[in-house]
Design a protein. Structure first.
Length: 186
């Protein structure tokens, strides 16, 4: 089995593999309707047991090479401010990423910075051919993150939103390995 980095560093952030001790901070950040309403797979309300279950599942998927889930922290304090994850398709060539940040951390460029790190990890470490992401159409700031991270519009995907209890047609964005290398290797 190939070993991949368990931590990614950016100018202002540290993205690391989840630990069981993160459950309290994750539960606190996700027990906020303004955060959860934009997320497809997260129930509301969200509690400590939900976070514990999610961390256990994420660990199993990491070991299997199916998903790489990172908690986003501030390096100085170690405070958890959000999450970035990359799920790998069964063909091993396509990754879908998703993210969330606690409301206090919105609008500061952290999502874009972390997204760029996860995209680089996907193309350079995992050798993916394509990375994609979708967002709720009413969450324009999330769309801006995808554009700033280099993804381009690629259609629409209908996604079930657990907390909303409905399926929503969502803008899909994608970036190919070839385009990534043109943009970032230049």
């Amino acid at each position: 089995m190939t070993e991949f980095p368990e931590e990614l560093e950016t100018e202002r952030l540290r993205l690391r593999r989840h630990r069981p001790s993160d459950a309290g901070e994750i539960a606190h950040l996700l027990d906020d309707w303004e955060v959860v309403r934009w997320l497809s797979d997260v129930p509301f309300p969200y509690g400590f047991a939900d976070a514990e279950d999610w961390i256990r599942t994420a660990e199993k998927r990491w070991i299997a090479g199916r998903e790489y889930q990172f908690v986003v922290t501030l390096p100085d304090s170690g405070a958890v401010i959000g999450h970035m994850g990359l799920a790998i398709a069964t063909n091993g060539r396509v990754g879908s990423f998703g993210y969330w940040f606690g409301r206090r951390w919105w609008g500061q460029g952290f999502a874009t910075e972390a997204a760029q790190a996860v995209i680089a990890f996907g193309f350079l470490d995992l050798r993916l051919e394509r990375i994609q992401a979708a967002y709720h159409p009413d969450n324009a700031p999330s769309g801006h993150v995808l554009v700033k991270a280099g993804l381009m519009t690629d259609g629409v995907r209908t996604i079930d939103f657990k907390a909303l209890g409905q399926a929503v047609p969502c803008p899909l964005f994608a970036l190919s390995r070839q385009d990534y290398l043109k943009i970032y290797a230049a």
